[in-house]
Design a protein around this ligand. Structure first.
Ligand code: FES
Length: 144
């Protein structure tokens, strides 16, 4: 009886909660029809750990095709204060409606209060499916 309580309790105290868990990749969608230079927002579901629970939540990513097998996946929040930005096809740049920060196709700051470019997720291709990692890669600092 004591062993039934002591073994799990010891493991709980000695093994870090995140040990052995791999931060995984999540499939964001099929990118086979994505044209180069025309960003697309993909909507997908991602699992997130909250303590001991795993929560499935809706997520989005802006994807830009750079070449046949090379893609950039931008996190959907503006790096200034977190508003959702969109692609402005007429102006050919990403635009945040909150304080009008503008970003180029490669995520660099063109204008506005944002101090850095668009944040990214790691991205890799598996057949025609784009997989995105959960770690956010901060955008480059603005040139001004
Ligand atoms: S939140 Fe995007 S410019 Fe301020």
């Amino acid at each position: 009886m004591a062993a039934a309580v002591a073994i799990p309790a010891t493991r709980y105290l000695l093994v870090p909660a995140r040990a052995g868990r791999k931060e995984g990749w999540t499939e964001a969608g099929d990118v086979s029809q994505l044209a180069s230079g025309s960003p697309v927002e993909l909507v997908f579901r991602r699992n997130r750990r909250d303590g001991w629970r795993v929560i499935s939540e809706k997520s989005t990513v802006w994807v830009v095709r750079k070449s046949e097998n090379e893609f950039v996946a931008f996190a959907p929040q503006c790096p200034h204060l977190g508003c959702a930005f969109h692609w402005d096809e007429k102006q050919r740049h990403f635009l945040c409606p909150c304080h009008t920060s503008a970003f180029s196709l490669d995520g660099a700051v063109l204008s506005g209060p944002s101090a850095r470019g668009l944040d990214r997720y790691p991205a890799r291709l598996e057949q025609n499916r784009l997989l995105v990692g959960s770690e956010v890669i901060p955008g480059a600092r603005a040139a001004w």
